[in-house]
Design a protein around this ligand. Sequence first.
Ligand SMILES: NC(=O)c1ccc[n+]([C@@H]2O[C@H](COP(=O)([O-])OP(=O)(O)OC[C@H]3O[C@@H](n4cnc5c(N)ncnc54)[C@H](OP(=O)(O)O)[C@@H]3O)[C@@H](O)[C@H]2O)c1
Length: 271
Amino acid sequence: MNNNQKVVLVTGSSSGMGRATVLYLAKQGYFVYAGSRTPEKLFDMRSENIYPLKLDITDPQSVENAVPKIKRIDILINNAGYGLVSTVEEVTEKEMFAQFNVNVFGVMRMCKAVIPKMRKQKSGVIINISSFLGKIGLPLLTFYNASKYAVEGITDSLRYELKDFNIRVHSIMPGFFDTNFARDNLVTNRATFSTDSPYAKMVSGLAPVIVAQINNGNSTDEVTKLILDIIENKDSLARQTAGDKAKKFIPMKKELSDEDFERRVRAYYDL
Ligand SMILES: NC(=O)c1ccc[n+]([C@@H]2O[C@H](COP(=O)([O-])OP(=O)(O)OC[C@H]3O[C@@H](n4cnc5c(N)ncnc54)[C@H](OP(=O)(O)O)[C@@H]3O)[C@@H](O)[C@H]2O)c1
């Protein structure tokens, strides 16, 4: 690392958007700490601009061990996340807490750890990878939706809190993207996915459609370019969409009444 390089910390770097972001920003000349629960998975990415960092955002001790080792952090990208697929009726305590522990408290833990450095530096950029499902509800994804709505709330509140310290906070709301998300990081509730579930019809109709839409989703290039644009443009909008589904549904949600929007979503997903 040289003294002129901007330093980025990315969470959830071993696959998908996180991995693509690490590689892209390193190529652009940034020095990137690539946080992952399994940094061994990142060894093939190692370069003079990438440092694989052991980091589990659900473990306060892991965050405390990792962040102070880094002298300067100019940009934090809160990317790590997964999706719980469960009805509210059938969810377990463990599942619902785990969903918020990663997608919400993980983001807060990372902000809490990194903000003191940025505040002392009198500059910083925090980018939260949310989802278009942070503004739109869908059945079976209530906990994921709620977690991403929370990420939007964190972004909105933190922007006020950190403005005087010259720290910008942004969110990106991706639509569906072809990553390992549907293959490795959709956690399904056993009862919801049983044929005995009172929701079996909805599960068999909707779940395969969502999985297919993710696996046939947009390329992560769009997200990585948007991240670079937000980092380099201090007038970037607070929140931005990426990908076809987000660009279709988010403006529609703004324009229509809640009831009309719900009708459109019901028709689209046959709900
Ligand atoms: N793909 C989509 O369609 C889509 C759409 C909207 C939003 N998003 C959001 O985009 C972000 C990146 O997802 P992706 O699509 O790139 O998926 P991905 O390829 O599955 O990567 C997700 C990363 O999150 C981390 N992660 C997953 N489960 C975790 C857990 N239980 N505890 C801690 N970290 C965990 C993992 O990082 P490590 O194993 O390296 O720690 C993993 O590399 C997520 O926040 C996701 O919600 C995705």
